[in-house]
Design a binder for this molecule. Structure first.
Ligand code: GDP
Ligand code: MG
Length: 180
């Protein structure tokens, strides 16, 4: 009996953005389906993996890298970025300064890593803490921002409520799969 070969891919994806925007919470939500209001601040680099049966013959292991405290320095070392195939930049909808810092993180990624074919790594933008009441969201502004900075898309998310993340990551995976 003929059985189609299973392909398995490991993708290293970086989660970056300012301190407190919810990077660790989003990784926990995505890989474990849980939320806890206070994750301990651990210094170091850490990652978690989510296994996805993408289609009948493709398995994807999404390896999400957490910068765990290093965001305080405003940038990461080249070693952290090595072999990354994509980046997710997170900001906090309730703190404008974290959005203002997105361009800085974008520059940091693009200056330190490129794909094997020398193309820039695809970047996704997450507008996190969508569950909070005091937020204001301007979709047109974010659309234009993404176009201007060559970001593949933005999604409102809530690590707390588990909103938007699956959809956002699937959007990213579609881009990554096309690269191969
Ligand atoms: P990091 O520094 O970017 O890793 O951020 P954390 O994941 O540690 O989250 C910082 C704080 O924001 C914590 O108190 C989280 O519980 C909280 N937080 C994270 N995501 C959300 C969210 O979607 N909604 C709300 N309301 N709080 C969140
Ligand atoms: Mg963290």
């Amino acid at each position: 009996e003929y059985k189609q070969k299973q392909h398995e891919h490991l993708y290293k994806v970086l989660m970056i953005g300012e301190f407190g925007v919810g990077k660790t919470s989003l990784i926990k939500r995505y890989t474990e389906g849980t939320f806890s209001p206070n994750y301990k601040l651990t210094i170091g680099v850490d990652f978690a993996v989510k296994n996805i049966q993408w289609n009948e013959h493709t398995k994807i292991n999404m390896q999400l890298w957490d910068i765990a405290g290093h965001e305080r320095f405003g940038h990461m070392t080249r070693v952290y970025y090595k072999y990354a195939i994509a980046a997710v930049i997170v900001f906090d909808l309730a703190r404008q300064a974290t959005f203002d810092a997105v361009v800085k993180w974008l520059d940091d990624v693009h200056s330190k890593v490129v794909l094997m074919n020398e193309e820039p790594v695809p970047c996704l933008l997450l507008a996190n803490k969508f569950d909070l009441e005091e937020i204001s969201l301007n979709p047109d502004h974010l659309d234009n921002f993404c176009k201007k900075h060559n970001i593949i898309g933005w999604f409102p998310t809530s690590a707390k409520m588990g909103i938007g993340l699956e959809e956002a990551m699937n959007h990213l995976i579609k881009h990554i799969v096309k690269l191969e």
